[in-house]
Write a protein that binds this ligand. Structure first.
Ligand code: C2E
Ligand code: CA
Ligand code: CA
Ligand code: CA
Length: 278
């Protein structure tokens, strides 16, 4: 270990210094990736179960890998969060999403996009102003932007989340509660669900996996959602038996590999949007 000389003040110990350096490297790696177009948003279709029609899409972050493939590395979101860049990169994801919505809306297409919002981004001071500014600058029909927020330990201040979601929802933005049932305090959250500004509950794919054999959790979530006049999206639907069970139980919308994986926007447009007449 390095020894501080006489009269020298040692600000950092070796380990703190290494950690600070790693954080800086991580931060500049992520900023370089953003600058070099190594990040992209991909779209996974969300399908109306009754008709099979694509009614919306979830925006999912992808990063170009050394082999040229696009993927979401397991720890990328965590690394973005711990680097302090979640708000910056999250705002970029929101802006890319609004850019797509605006291009579609100029063609008269009102397909909504559902964007994942990290708790860090949601609870940041500028959240309401940033979203409002984007809606305004891109002339977005507010009802076509859905924010997916996660029920998580991180949202340890539900009142703060409500204070942010309420004005956004008042402006027409929709709110989906992601990964419902996976949180640490689902039951404790139930009693205040009525006061949460929500439109949609997304059932996590861990529960959909168990269908149709083990269905009691999914049935409970559907009943809860419908009793609160919320619509339900089932995520991670992979087979026809799961789809049929969900149809029989009155679930409106699903997404999963049975229908499609996340696609680059150009491919999503070619496959699922009406052809342009221009
Ligand atoms: P999530 O929000 O629960 O997103 C659903 C994940 O399930 C996506 O993984 C999607 O590709 C995958 N998936 C969809 N259908 C199926 C299926 O039928 N079977 C299986 N096995 N998987 C399916 P992905 O894209 O790797 O994202 C993982 C997580 O990373 C997301 O989970 C979300 O929490 C986070 N994430 C992704 N993009 C963003 C983003 O733009 N911002 C933030 N804050 N988080 C993101
Ligand atoms: Ca999600
Ligand atoms: Ca999630
Ligand atoms: Ca999930």
């Amino acid at each position: 270990a390095r020894r501080a000389g006489k009269n020298q003040i040692q600000f950092f110990d070796e380990q703190q210094l290494t950690e600070a350096q790693q954080r800086l490297t991580e931060e500049s790696d992520l900023l370089n990736a953003l600058d070099n177009q190594a990040f992209a948003i991909w779209l996974q279709p969300q399908v109306a179960l009754k008709t099979g029609e694509v009614v919306s899409a979830e925006v999912l972050l992808r990063q170009r890998q050394p082999d040229g493939e696009w993927a979401l590395p397991d720890d990328l979101i965590e690394r973005i969060e711990s680097s302090g860049l979640m708000v910056h990169i999250g705002n970029w994801i929101l802006e890319e999403s609004c850019r797509l919505l605006a291009a579609w809306q100029r063609r008269g297409i009102m397909m909504p996009l559902s964007v994942n919002i990290s708790a860090l981004q949601l609870l940041h001071d500028d959240m309401v102003a940033s979203v409002m500014e984007l809606l305004h600058r891109y002339h977005i029909e507010p009802g076509t932007l859905i924010l997916e927020v996660t029920e998580s330990r991180r949202i340890d201040d539900p009142d703060a989340a409500v204070a942010i979601l309420r004005p956004l929802r008042h402006a027409g933005v929709k709110v989906a509660l992601d990964d419902f049932g996976m949180g640490y305090a689902s039951l404790r959250q139930l009693h205040r669900m009525k006061s949460l500004p929500l439109d949609v509950i997304k059932i996590d794919k861990n529960f959909i996996n168990d269908l149709p054999d083990d269905s009691c959790m999914v049935r409970a979530i559907i009943n809860l959602a419908h009793s609160l006049q919320l619509s339900v999206i089932a995520e991670g639907v992979e087979n026809a038996a799961q789809r049929q069970w969900l149809i029989d139980e009155g679930v409106e919308v699903a997404q999963g590999y049975l229908f499609a994986r996340a696609l680059p926007p150009a491919q999503f447009e070619a496959d699922f949007l009406p052809a342009s007449h221009q």
